[in-house]
Design a protein around this ligand. Structure first.
Ligand SMILES: Nc1ncnc2c1ncn2[C@@H]1O[C@H](COP(=O)(O)OP(=O)(O)OP(=O)(O)O)[C@@H](O)[C@H]1O
Ligand SMILES: [Mg+2]
Length: 290
């Protein structure tokens, strides 16, 4: 179970004229995501989806609130007042910012993240991309290739092991990112628009690949997407973020059994409801801005 409690993220910015400014990217988001579920996050560009996903992964600390995974806090907000700083020092025996990074007892959650833009390393072959991820997780050298191969085969890359990402198609690169994420045996995969860069047919195939692998492994998937059809096809729940600063606008449960058919009236109906909300929000965006 992933639980986000009142997550807010504020960025301090220095303007070109050197004046200080700030931006609230995520505002008071609370969400519960059950184990083994697929949850999509939809929302207009810039509404804080990627930021929120990185906070779930523990790659960024929230300004306020916390994320619990199976009851364990991922990253606490960083101290902002003198009093908070003193408490923080006591708790983590703070010596210097650098030492602090080493001392902080960050709990390890089995999370894999697929980023929005740079999903795989271009200077490594398909096989090296996966074995490198295993190396980072401390898998012994001799076990890396045997562990990597079944995942590469299961995403259809068994014949492309020694190709570099530039020699793969867009869809193959996405499948490589998926194989690399799955190979480390995570309980949770966070995906940031993983299929945005491929054509519709490839995207639909990748969605089916993802569902098959999800069925086999029972992992929890949190997926950021711009594609309502994808959200309705894949998810147990669709969370729609408001225009910036991102907060939860609506949650749509998707209850139709899998395998789903895109032409199903239920599917079409839900898709148009989500799209209507989305369009309304974008048309009225200026009313939200602060
Ligand atoms: N490190 C940062 N410093 C300052 N501002 C940031 C930082 N990271 C993100 N932002 C700002 O926070 C807001 C939310 O960004 P984010 O990338 O989370 O949006 P998004 O919903 O993922 O957008 P998209 O759909 O275009 O990917 C944006 O206005 C962005 O400029
Ligand atoms: Mg993003």
């Amino acid at each position: 179970m992933i639980e986000a409690r009142g997550i807010t993220k504020f960025f301090s910015i220095v303007n070109d004229d050197r004046t200080a400014d700030g931006l609230t990217a995520v505002l008071s988001v609370s969400l519960k995501i059950g184990a083994g579920k697929i949850v999509s996050i939809l929302g207009p560009s810039g509404c804080g989806k990627s930021t929120f996903l990185e906070i779930l992964a523990g790659l960024q600390a929230p300004t306020e609130g916390k994320v619990l995974i199976d009851g364990v806090t991922v990253l606490e907000p960083l101290p902002s007042t003198r009093r908070e700083m003193e408490e923080y020092r006591r708790k983590y025996q703070f010596i210097s910012p650098l030492a602090n990074g080493m001392f902080r007892d960050r709990p390890k959650h089995d999370i894999a993240m697929i980023f929005q833009d740079y999903a795989v390393f271009p200077w490594m072959t398909a096989l090296q991309n996966v074995t490198f991820a295993l190396k980072l997780r401390g898998v012994a050298r001799a076990e890396r290739i045997p562990r990597a191969l079944p995942f590469l085969k299961s995403v259809g890359l068994g014949d492309s092991l020694n190709k570099y990402p530039s020699q793969l198609s867009g869809g193959m690169r996405q499948r490589l990112a998926l194989a690399r994420a799955l190979a480390v045996g995570p309980k949770i995969i966070l995906m940031d628009e993983p299929f945005a860069a491929v054509d519709t047919i490839t995207r639909e195939r990748l969605q089916d690949d993802l569902l098959r692998l999800w069925n086999e492994t029972g992992i929890t998937i949190v997926l950021v997407t711009h594609d309502t059809d994808e959200a309705v096809y894949l998810s147990d729940e669709i969370v729609v973020f408001s225009p910036p600063p991102g907060s939860v606008r609506n949650v749509f449960p998707v209850t139709s059994p899998r395998p789903r058919r895109r032409s199903d009236p239920e599917h079409v109906n839900l898709k148009s409801r989500v799209e209507a909300l989305f369009k309304y929000d974008i048309d009225h965006e200026s009313e939200y801005s602060i």
